[in-house]
Design a protein around this ligand. Structure first.
Ligand code: GCU
Length: 334
């Protein structure tokens, strides 16, 4: 299934123009078109490793015609800013959280709802099945954004500087950073806290200075962006598992020959599988790193959070498209 979404992308999304905004470099006498990929996390992240490997294979299989250069750590800007850069054609690709695409088409919300996926495998099967998401992925091309594929982005939990969280009542009065979408704000309200939207790069300082009590994210961010040092209570709410999308300007891919598009599609499909496989290790290593920094992990009253968040699904599925998508996702789980 994964291969087919990417093959589909080869026809629509990859029917795009690549030339505009990439840098050229001459290596061994060949002109290599180096696509810039914006990334907001560290070099140890599964997505970074998979994208780097994708670039290497792309270069090899196109005889050096194309390569990817991944810019980690928000070097090219916050995710929100890099979407604009992709739209403007100043950079080629960016990896962005599903939540942010709701701001362009609200139907993306389906995959950003609490507990919508039962597992990483369920998520990748559904999100990269063209029968389910082809229309969604091409729905914002008129806004300068093509969605190529959805990557696993970990499972999100809450963490804070004050105390272990067990129930929604424990989050009362706490300011918790969320990604910039209305859904995430409402989600945090239902979870008992108060959501504060901001880009990832500002979170450390905001917790450190006491502007925030904490945030919600996967173990990788928690450990590698050193949030564990200043917010030692990490509580397993497991409330969210949204995909991160590799997006590209619709004009970016056109310059690729049909053959190179096929290569890109095949290698992207391989990168998706590889990225998923990196996660188990990443979580394990991150937990160890966080514990060494003083973090304490605890299980929560899972039913209490599930019950608290249940209204969000109904509130957010307002269009027929989103209702149908949600039904398909859940059907695939059963
Ligand atoms: C996760 C997710 C990113 C997102 C980040 C955040 O790491 O994979 O796409 O940017 O969380 O909370 O900002």
């Amino acid at each position: 299934k994964v291969v087919s979404i990417v093959a589909m992308a080869g026809v629509s999304a990859l029917a795009l123009s690549l030339a505009a905004c990439s840098s050229d470099s001459s290596e061994g006498g060949t002109d290599t078109k180096v696509f810039k990929v914006a990334f907001n996390q560290t070099e140890s992240h599964p997505q970074y490793k998979a994208l780097e490997a994708l670039g290497d294979r792309l270069k090899e299989r196109t005889d050096g015609r194309y390569d990817l250069e991944v810019f980690p750590n928000e070097t090219l800007g916050s995710q929100k800013d890099t979407i604009e850069l992709v739209q403007a054609g100043s950079i080629d690709f960016s990896m962005v959280s599903g939540s942010l695409l709701e701001n362009f088409n609200p139907d993306f919300v389906v995959f950003n709802l609490p507990y919508v996926f039962d597992s990483k495998e369920h998520q990748s099967a559904v999100v990269n099945d063209p029968e389910i998401t082809a229309d969604l992925f091409s729905s914002i091309e008129d806004k300068g954004i093509s969605v190529l594929a959805g990557f696993h982005g970990g499972i999100r939990n809450v963490y804070n500087s004050e105390k272990p969280i067990n129930t929604p009542a424990d989050l009362a009065g706490m300011k918790i950073r969320v990604i910039e979408s209305d859904t995430n704000l409402r989600m945090m309200e239902l979870m008992g806290g108060s959501g504060t939207p901001m880009g990832q790069g500002e979170v450390y300082t905001a917790i450190q200075s006491g502007v925030l009590s904490g945030a919600e994210n996967n173990e990788s961010i928690y450990a590698n962006l050193k949030h564990a040092e200043i917010a030692p209570y990490y509580s397993y709410t497991r409330h969210l598992m949204f995909p991160d999308y590799l997006i590209v300007n619709p004009k970016t891919m056109d310059a690729l020959s049909a053959e190179d598009q096929k290569i890109f599609s095949e290698e992207l499909a391989a990168a998706l599988v590889e990225e998923g496989d990196f996660w188990a290790d990443e979580v394990k290593t991150s937990i160890a790193t966080a514990e060494a920094a003083g973090a304490k992990f605890n299980e929560v009253d899972a039913d209490a959070f599930r019950d608290a968040l249940a209204p969000l699904v109904e509130e957010k599925l307002t269009t027929q498209v989103s209702k149908d998508l949600y039904a398909k996702v859940r059907a695939a789980a059963e």
